[in-house]
Design a protein around this ligand. Structure first.
Ligand SMILES: *Cc1c(COP(=O)(O)O)cnc(C)c1O
Length: 333
């Protein structure tokens, strides 16, 4: 089978589609059609009423396909929907959609050896026509799958970040939910960062511009010189499931963990830096450039860093190579 590299959309066989109309969700069904037909005035197009999730199905060595902490994706999508005035997807339908989509597209699942996985993208959006500002009354929920490669196969070099001079979220805004609008806010900054030779933007807290928040699509982790894992705490950060899992694994390993505000100036005291999320697992960060300062981290020998060790442990659990002591794995096939 073809090896997929990178993180791109590749159309697979079937997706789950459900409609919300007249105050309720229908039971949904599997469809071959990958396109969506919308009114030009659909609320999602006019006012960005949409939110999504991102999770992976993993191939294990013994041939099963598993998901990781699905309940947390379901809970987070529920929270995102409530904040976006979108009727939440019934819990059972969310789990059913994952199971059906994984089973229907199992042939797209990269092999265990490739280190790839099947990325699942649940998305919900306001469908009916609006001109005046108001939430939609009809919605569509879709869950599709796309094969993704091993992020590390083509990216061994530690990332170089810059501190962004624009914000991705507002204080008391929507930074804590998975809304497409947060990404719309970040497109200008990421394009500009790439043009200037940086891999990602590191965003500061929008109220004070003093504390580190996260990048456009991943949370940040640091290891201090005395071996403490520190990760930012803020109401405008997206609560990454990867980050929460890494924190648990670190505590299991006897690593001291602090979840607190981290001033950008504190980066000079950090030994290691990494980004974490479903797509990146943990990716090493070698440098963060601010207007005046430049912070560097010793991440070249990633496998032998504390964060590299945690990454290996997490991947081991996800691919069934290490015992799943926290019951995080759900067997789909
Ligand atoms: C999805 C996302 C993350 C990572 O969350 P995971 O649950 O670990 O995949 C981090 N930051 C932002 C802004 C995100 O949208």
């Amino acid at each position: 089978m073809k090896t997929f590299v990178g993180f791109n959309y590749h159309k697979t066989t079937k997706r789950f589609v459900a409609q919300y109309k007249d105050g309720q969700w229908d039971s949904g069904r599997m469809m071959r059609k990958s396109t969506v037909c919308l009114s030009e005035a659909a609320c999602v197009i006019q006012y960005a009423q949409t939110c999504f999730e991102g999770l992976k199905a993993y191939r294990t060595k013994d041939g099963h396909i598993v998901c990781f902490r699905l309940d947390l994706n379901e809970q987070r999508l529920h929270d995102s929907c409530e904040r976006m005035v979108i009727p939440p997807i019934p819990k059972e339908m969310f789990f059913e959609a994952v199971e059906k989509v994984v089973k229907a597209n199992a042939k797209w699942m990269p092999s265990y050896e490739s280190g790839g996985s099947l990325y699942l993208r649940p998305v919900v959006f306001g469908k009916d026509s609006v001109v005046g500002v108001k939430p939609a009354e009809e919605f569509e929920f879709r869950l599709f799958a796309t094969p993704v490669g091993n992020y590390f196969a083509d990216k061994v070099r530690p990332l170089v970040l810059r501190v962004s001079d624009v914000d991705r979220a507002a204080p008391r805004g929507t930074g804590h939910i998975k809304a497409g609008l947060n990404y719309a806010m970040s497109l200008y900054a990421i394009t500009d960062a790439h043009e200037k030779g940086f891999d990602e933007n590191l965003y500061l807290d929008p109220a004070n511009r003093t504390y580190v928040e996260e990048t456009g699509g991943a949370n940040v982790l640091f290891i201090t010189k005395d071996g403490t894992l520190v990760t930012p705490k803020s109401d405008s950060i997206l609560p990454s499931i990867t980050r929460r899992s890494i924190v648990t694994l670190a505590k299991d390993a006897g690593i001291h963990v602090e979840e607190r505000r981290i001033a950008i100036s504190e980066l000079k005291d950090m030994k290691e830096c990494g980004l974490c999320g479903t797509a990146a697992v943990i990716s090493p960060v070698g440098k963060v450039k601010d207007t005046q300062e430049e912070y560097t981290f010793s991440m070249d020998d990633f496998d032998n860093t504390v964060l590299g060790g945690l990454r290996k442990k997490l991947l081991g659990i996800q691919h069934g190579d290490i015992s799943d002591d926290h019951d995080w794995i759900i067997k789909v096939i």
